[in-house]
Design a protein around this ligand. Sequence first.
Ligand code: AR6
Length: 224
Amino acid sequence: MHGKRILRGYFGMVNALRRDRFSFLRDTIREKNGGVAIMKQVKIGSCVLSLIQGDITEQATEAIVNAANSRLAGGGGVDGAIHRAGGPAIAEECRKIGGCPTGKAVITRGGNLKARYVIHAVGPIYQGGKKKEAELLRSAYLSSLQLAEEHRLTSISFPSLSTGAYGYPLKEASLVALRTIIDFLSEHPGTSLREVVLVLFTSPDLAVYEESLTQVLKERGIET
Ligand code: AR6
C-alpha cells in the first residue's frame, strides 16, 4: 500500500517535470517565432514541417502562398490581406501575368511583405467532392512546392487553401494538404526547402490540422 503510494508520487513528479520541460520548449519556440506558438513540428528528411496559428502576411519565410483566384484579381480572405499588406506592386505583377488555371500556381515578388516572394496558388471551389476537387487541391499545393524548388527557396508558408470562400471541408482539405507536402518532401531528399510552415488562422483549424498530421504520419509510417 505504502509502496504503491510512493510509486504514484514518483510518477506524478516525473510527469510534472515532463510537462515543465514541454512548456519550456514551447515558450522558447514562441520567443524565436515572434510570439507565435508552434504547436506541432516534424522533420521530413532535411526539412522541418510546422503547424502554427497565425496570420500568413506576417510570416518571414522566403515565400508565402496566396489563396488566389484564377483571374489573379484579388479578393477577400488571405488574398485581400496579402494585397493590403504587400502593396500595389503585387497586383501590378499579377495583372501582367494575366491569370492562372485552377490547380496551378504563379510567383511574384513580395512587395512590402517580409516574404520576398508570393506564390499565388489557385485551389478549387468545393462543389460536393465529385468535381476532381481533391486532385485540384493537391495540384495547387504541388505546383507551389515545385515553384519554390525551381527558385531554390529554403522556406515557404502556406495557408489552408480553398477552406474559406471556396468552401472545401477543413478536415478533408487538411489531409490533402499534409499528404501532398509530406510526400513531396519524402520524394525530394535533395530539396532546397528547409522549412515548410502551415499557417492556420484559428485555433480550431489548427487542432484539425494537428489531428490530421498525426494521421498522415501514421499512414506514411513516419516516426516522430
Ligand atoms: N492568414 C492565414 N489564414 C487566413 C488569413 C490570414 N490572414 N485570412 C484567412 N485565412 P480564403 P479560399 C484562412 O477564403 O477558400 C478570395 O476572395 C481562412 O480562415 O482566403 O482558397 C480569393 O480571391 C481559411 O481557412 O481562400 C479567391 O476568390 C483559409 O485561410 C477565394 O477567396 C482560406 O480562406 C479563395 O478562397
